[in-house]
Design a binder for this molecule. Structure first.
Ligand SMILES: Cc1cc2nc3c(=O)[nH]c(=O)nc-3n(C[C@H](O)[C@H](O)[C@H](O)COP(=O)(O)O)c2cc1C
Length: 201
């Protein structure tokens, strides 16, 4: 029914606008999305974008379908303890996952395989099943611990894609920066799109 499916997790690092752009772009190209938000992600979303999303997951699904005019069951929001959801098991999870933005806290948990909530468990499933995991960390400066965790994850096959857009396309707006990173993620997921210009275009 959908072209493909991905797990999209949002954690409490700065950069909610990148997540909102990515979510909309995936919906627009007919991808089904299992959506996971940490408690800290909801706080950052409210702080940065002034968006207060419903706490109740059924209400959130209704809210998202209305906001993005998505198809029925295209966006499926899950709670941190939905252990019986498809993303929690290698037998049913999508083979692609993006964490945008990725907090340094979640990055540390992933590097240690903690699986203490559904975001960490979903990522752990992707790692054990040798799927595609893209994390988009944001912090500055990065500490040695952060850098070590990134190296550990990179060695495990994770794509570490910091929220660090280029400027050679001469962005005029914040939306241009969001587009830049969204286009790079879509490229890595091998999902065709028409967002922004490519190098040399
Ligand atoms: C407004 C705000 C901005 C934050 N920005 C960052 C950030 O850019 N990077 C980061 O690693 N943590 C950031 N934090 C801290 C994380 O939200 C915090 O470590 C949290 O425990 C992460 O939990 P999570 O990984 O479960 O989302 C921020 C917190 C707030 C409230």
């Amino acid at each position: 029914m959908f072209k493909s499916k991905v797990t999209l997790a949002v954690t409490g690092a700065s950069g909610s606008g990148y997540f909102l752009r990515l979510l909309k772009s995936l919906i627009d190209v007919d991808v089904q999305i299992y959506l996971l938000l940490s408690d800290a992600a909801k706080i950052v979303l409210k702080t940065e974008e002034n968006e207060a999303w419903p706490e109740d997951v059924d209400e959130l699904n209704f809210f998202l379908a209305d906001k993005y005019q998505s198809k029925e069951k295209q966006v499926i929001a899950l709670t941190a303890k939905d252990w019986f959801s498809p993303v929690a098991s290698g037998s049913s999870a999508p083979d692609k996952m993006i964490i945008c933005p990725c907090s340094c806290g979640t990055m540390a948990s992933l590097a240690q395989g903690l699986s203490n909530n559904l975001i960490e468990r979903s990522a752990d499933v992707i790692l054990k099943e040798r799927g595609q995991l893209i994390i988009m960390p944001r912090e500055t400066p990065f500490s040695t611990v952060h850098l070590r965790n990134m190296l550990t994850l990179s060695e495990l096959g994770v794509t570490v894609m910091p929220l660090a857009p280029g400027f050679y396309h001469q962005p005029k707006t914040i939306a241009d920066l969001h587009d830049f990173m969204t286009a790079r993620v879509m490229d890595h997921l091998k999902i065709s799109h028409n967002i922004g210009k490519r190098w040399c275009e």
